[in-house]
Design a binder for this molecule. Structure first.
Ligand code: PTJ
Length: 249
């Protein structure tokens, strides 16, 4: 992250920077080894999407911003990949929307929980939830089910970037409004989301923040108009079409 030298003119600048961040995340004890594989999968979809935010992903990001602003209690769930790729950007999104930040891991270890919480604090987070682990997501086995009772346990709106499908389904079954960032429109996470944002987390988080800032003074009616008119099925279909159309270079 810090000692990297990739010329910005490189045609794959963003992709190389992303790889470097994930690698540094593994070295720092933040990202799991499986996170490398997950990133590779994501990259393949991103390549086919043209490595850009398609219009429907931008609309989804706007709907996600509106949900976060309307929420009674919004929580941004942070795993090892999200923490490595967009730590400061997640803190900014939390500030723009009043959401809490909670570390929530698929492969949970106390060492990684602590390392991620510390990494987020280094990037400006004041309160980082997830370490209490006094709540449970029903329907999951012990370690993967742990959440904070006054964090994700209590939230009505949760942003889950790069979530494992099982947990995304279990959170949805709890009746939470689930905002998912996932480059694969066919993944169970994207398919179960209230708002699937089919975009790279590197672009998606700043896009949601930009919409949230722009909507800061919007009325409840206006925000509800945005959430109600968002068509998740159409967004998923458009992303799938864009990927099938693919790119040939
Ligand atoms: O840090 P942990 O222990 O919580 O583990 C995190 C990972 C991501 C390893 C874990 O949740 C996992 O194994 O996830 P999956 O099942 O591999 O799913 C990850 C999804 O994220 C896949 O559908 C990928 O296409 C997608 N993805 C990968 N990189 C990105 C991405 N989506 C958006 N932006 C990316 N950069």
């Amino acid at each position: 992250m810090d000692d990297i030298e990739i010329p910005e003119s490189h045609p794959r600048y963003e992709s190389l920077l992303t790889r470097h961040r994930i690698e540094a995340g593994v070295e720092k004890g933040i990202t799991s080894q499986q996170g490398l594989i997950a990133q590779g999968r994501g990259e393949a979809y991103d390549y086919l999407l043209g490595e850009e935010t398609i219009d429907t992903a931008d609309e989804a990001a706007r709907a996600a911003a509106a949900h976060l602003l309307l929420a009674d209690h919004a929580v941004l769930s942070v795993n090892g990949n999200a923490a490595a790729l967009v730590p400061g950007e997640l803190v900014e999104l939390a500030e723009a929307t009043g959401a809490d930040v909670e570390v929530n891991l698929f492969n949970r270890t106390e060492e990684r929980m602590e390392a991620i919480a510390e990494h987020l604090r280094e990037h400006g987070a004041e309160d980082v939830l997830g370490l209490e682990a006094d709540g449970r997501i029903p329907g999951l086995d012990h370690e993967r089910a742990k959440v904070d009772a006054d964090g994700i346990g209590d939230a009505d709106v949760v942003l889950v970037p790069l979530e494992d499908g099982d947990r995304a389904e279990a959170l949805a079954a709890m009746g939470k409004t689930e905002l998912v960032i996932d480059l694969n429109p066919l993944s169970r996470s994207a398919q179960t989301a209230t708002v699937p944002i089919v975009d790279n987390i590197i672009r998606a988080v700043p896009t949601i923040t930009a919409h949230a800032r722009e909507l800061q003074d919007a009325s409840r009616d206006e925000l509800e108009g945005i959430t109600d008119s968002f068509d998740r099925e159409a967004a998923l279909a458009a992303a799938e079409d864009a990927i099938r159309g693919g790119r040939l270079d």
